[in-house]
Design a protein around this ligand. Structure first.
Ligand code: AHR
Length: 502
């Protein structure tokens, strides 16, 4: 396999927004309880938060964190989760058939965010609630003092407003599984009304309207058009959600999942720009890709599902996928897809963060460890700075059942003029062949390879587990050499690589 690419700062796609490296904490399974929060754990701090998890979240380099759901938010009453803990009600969480104790709410989660250094992105419930409750939550969060709800927040111990900027107008309202699922027309109207009302209260908020739950929804495309026809002038972002999994042993197609994400993003951009043209609008709507990951959904439907009128467990083990090397290569490629569209994808959230389809796993009373997917996220969020560059890739192709002929190599670069630093992120999708990639750097003044790290393994299904937490990791790729302004690097089969040039 061979491929050529060119790094030229003139081929800038757009600035890399740090919000591209966001994540997602939902009240689901063991993400919050027995995940980030486990009072009594040897590493727990005075607030009951696991400091080993805090250190891993910091190392992951997560910017914004979306909270508290997800499907959970469509049945959530935010008032339950504030005030004295002993007075907080236990509620049924219909989305995940669990019991929500409300032991962790807005205040506690904000305290945790301060410890990890991330920004809060809040979702309001537009499934079973409406504009008034969204306004109440915004008043509670962002008004300094002198009103019933802002004073209630202060009485609950938080004098300074939370100052939340990013707000999601509900979650996956196109999905029939969603509590309060609506038609595009109905949702577009309530989203527009709620957005207008929220801006009347706080004009500085940034608002995300729900797009499709996947590019494979029957309403995909039309949903975006109708919703934006109602809400275009009222919002800043439209969301995209996408999950990928290997189906029926078709690894070739799975390894090409990012081509589907590319197509998804480009279709939503085209639809948003169509509405912009029809509206004669001067404003451009960007994408908040606020749920993306590898997720073995079939396993969730067949193994994990909880049922029974008397069976509503607290923090059950749900969606605890264990990720392989192949999963991490696809995952790294999804990050490449987001970066390739940095001009229009200006916010994204990896779904999710701890235990639930997560890069970080924990055992109650025991260790926390990194899944395979931890590595591409941590290194990309660390190195991808400045602007994203189109690399004018020319690569051999292979044939896939799901996506037809697809390049065997995918790549993107970032260029940070201030730091004179260039990074290149690459995947080799071949199951069997090494790839020789030549990277033309002649447009850069000078360049040396500072570091090259590769994720690959002879066993593409190797995983990190409780009993073998360090089985998979990054290893230096020593093949990278620069000669006459050209880097040559060898990529092993089924691999993800980050190249750091100075
Ligand atoms: O991330 C898990 C779930 O996936 C979220 O709750 C929902 O929004 C999506 O369907």
């Amino acid at each position: 396999v061979s491929a050529r690419l060119t790094i030229d700062p003139q081929f800038a796609v757009g600035a890399v927004n740090p919000r591209l490296f966001g994540s997602f904490v939902e009240h689901l399974g063991r993400c919050v309880y027995d995940g980030i929060y486990e009072p009594g754990h040897p590493s727990a701090d005075a607030d009951g938060f696991r400091t080993d998890v805090i250190e891993l979240v910091k190392e992951l380099g997560v910017s914004t964190i979306r909270y508290p759901g997800g499907n959970f938010v469509s049945g959530f009453r935010w008032e339950d989760s504030v005030g004295p803990k002993e007075q907080r009600p236990h509620r049924l969480d219909l989305a995940w058939h669990s019991t929500e104790t409300n032991e962790i709410g807005m205040h506690e989660f904000s305290t945790w965010l301060e410890k990890v250094g991330s920004e809060l992105m809040l979702a309001v419930n537009l499934g079973t609630r409406g504009t008034l409750e969204a306004l109440d939550l915004l008043e509670y969060s962002n008004i300094r003092s002198g009103t019933e709800l802002s004073d209630r927040r202060a009485a609950h111990g938080r004098v300074e407003p939370f100052g939340v900027k990013m707000w999601c107008l509900g979650n996956e309202m196109d999905g029939p599984w969603q509590l309060g699922h609506r038609s595009a027309d109905d949702y577009g109207k309530i989203a527009s009304q709620t957005a207008k009302a929220m801006r009347q209260l706080d004009p500085s908020v940034e608002l995300v309207v729900c797009g499709s739950s996947s590019a494979h929804m029957p309403t995909f495309g039309e949903w975006e058009r109708v919703v934006l026809t109602h809400a275009y002038e009222d919002v800043d972002y439209i969301s995209c959600h996408a999950y990928y999994e290997e189906k029926n042993g078709d690894l070739d197609s799975f390894l090409a999942s990012a081509t589907d994400m590319d197509h998804f993003i480009e279709s939503v951009v085209a639809t948003a720009d169509h509405v912009k043209a029809v509206n004669g609008s001067a404003k451009t709507i960007n994408i908040s890709f606020d749920e993306w990951n590898v997720w073995y959904l079939e396993r969730f439907h067949n193994v994990d599902k909880i049922e029974g009128l008397d069976n509503w467990p607290k923090a059950p083990r749900l969606l605890e996928d264990t990720y392989s090397v192949a999963d991490a290569v696809v995952f790294g490629n999804l990050l490449i897809s987001l970066l390739k569209h940095a001009d229009r994808v200006t916010s994204a959230s990896l779904a999710q963060l701890v235990n639930v389809i997560a890069p970080i796993m924990t055992e109650p009373g025991g260790p926390a460890w990194k899944q395979t997917t931890f590595f591409p996220f941590a290194l990309t969020s660390k190195l991808a700075k400045g602007v994203a560059l189109d690399v004018r890739l020319d690569a051999d192709k292979y044939s896939t059942d799901a996506y037809g002929a697809v390049p065997l190599i995918d790549a993107v670069a970032t260029y940070d003029a201030d730091a004179a630093a260039t990074s290149v992120f690459l995947v080799n999708r071949s199951r069997t062949e090494e790839a020789t990639v030549t990277i033309d750097l002649t447009a850069l003044d000078s360049a040396i390879v500072l570091d090259a790290q590769t994720l690959s393994d002879a066993d593409v299904y190797a995983k990190n587990t409780l009993n073998d937490p360090n089985r998979v990791g990054l290893h230096p790729n020593k093949s990278a050499v620069v000669r006459d302004g050209v880097v040559e690097i060898t990529l092993p089969p089924v691999s993800w690589t980050a190249l750091n040039l100075g």
